[in-house]
Design a protein around this ligand. Structure first.
Ligand SMILES: [Mn+2]
Length: 203
């Protein structure tokens, strides 16, 4: 069973997660206290076919969502890392795109053991990115960076034809992330029991 239970407590947040990588995507309960992020993580789990319970028990959102947003990324990354164990048999690489209106998000990732994140904004016009109160590209970067490091994955995200609506941009990214991570974590029967690295381990 590729499942995990993670609990993380800091002076800033207390977060619990329960994950089944081989889920159905519709048995998800996300209560972060950040409604927008609940919506994004639900989409991610749904399209990635992951069963996920995520609860922010305590947070310091009275200040702002900075710590909570980052720490959710850490806990989610850890949950996947633990559930995947030695990573034997998985595809390791994942590549997916999701369009939303004119906006196109592409996610390319490699569960390499090395945490790295890069956000590329590709647009012909000079985009004035309006950072709304609820969420922003900066928050997206913080979340993804924490997630990539905790999971031990190289994650590259490209957003093309950036929308003026932050919701549209971020939603396309989270959908593509779910699809790419589903692909990367699936087991290739030809590789049964083999860790997908010429090094023999991914740590
Ligand atoms: Mn939406």
């Amino acid at each position: 069973m590729r499942t995990s239970v993670v609990e993380r407590k800091s002076k800033e947040t207390h977060i619990k997660a329960k994950l089944n990588v081989d889920g159905r995507g519709d048995r998800t309960e996300v209560k972060t206290g950040i409604a927008f992020l609940d919506h994004m993580i639900e989409l991610f789990a749904f399209h990635g076919l992951f069963d996920l319970e995520l609860e922010v028990v305590k947070s310091d959102t009275a200040i702002d969502i900075h710590h909570t947003n980052e720490d959710i990324g850490i806990v989610l990354g850890k949950a996947f890392r633990e559930a995947l164990g030695d990573k034997a048999g998985i595809h390791r690489f994942g590549f997916a795109g999701a369009p939303m209106e004119a906006t196109l998000a592409r996610v390319i990732l490699d569960i390499s053991g090395r945490g790295y994140f890069k956000l590329n904004i590709e647009d012909d016009k000079v985009v004035q990115l309006k950072d709304k109160e609820e969420y922003s590209f900066t928050y997206l970067e913080h979340f993804m960076e924490s997630f990539a490091h905790a999971l031990g994955a190289t994650v590259s995200v490209t957003v093309q034809n950036v929308s003026d609506d932050i919701h549209t941009n971020v939603e396309a990214v989270f959908k593509a992330l779910g699809l790419a991570l589903d692909q990367a974590t699936q087991v290739d029967p030809r590789r049964e029991g083999i860790v997908p690295s010429t090094k023999g381990i991914i740590d």
